[in-house]
Write a protein of this length. Structure first.
Length: 132
């Protein structure tokens, strides 16, 4: 059964569209967890090639559906779905230097990634990338 699921997932990623992104991101928190990296990295690649609109691909992958989480002290806990919006900008300062400025959770959504671990609110970040 695992091999069949893997084959189905591979075919789905090869034909990745907005509906498939939403479906696979919903599966991320189900009985058959699909890591978001298997969905959003190919979606980003297809957006970079012009096959998907970057904004629509991001929005399709941004909603996190309800899920059940269990921890020994708390038992089974229902976590409601949430939607986050992030913004970012990148500037190529020189051929070997890049600055990235971003704002995560723009709408300041309150949610928990796992029981007992609330996500931070609105977060501003700055990254510097140097290629040596």
């Amino acid at each position: 059964m695992t091999a069949a699921f893997g084959l189905w997932l591979q075919q789905l990623v090869n034909q990745l569209g907005y509906a498939e992104i939403v479906l696979l991101m919903a599966l991320e928190s189900s009985l058959f967890p699909v890591p978001s990296e298997l969905v959003m990295i190919p979606a980003g690649y297809l957006a970079a090639r012009g096959q998907l609109d970057p904004l629509l691909a991001t929005l399709a992958g941004a909603f996190n559906d309800d899920y059940l989480d269990s921890a020994i002290p708390t038992g089974l806990v229902h976590a409601p779905g949430h939607f986050t919006v992030d913004l970012g900008a990148r500037w190529q300062v020189r051929s070997n230097t890049r600055l990235t400025l971003g704002l995560r959770n723009l709408l300041d959504a309150r949610y928990a990634e796992a029981v007992g671990f609330p996500a931070p609110g609105r977060t501003l970040f700055l990254a510097v990338q140097l290629e040596i």
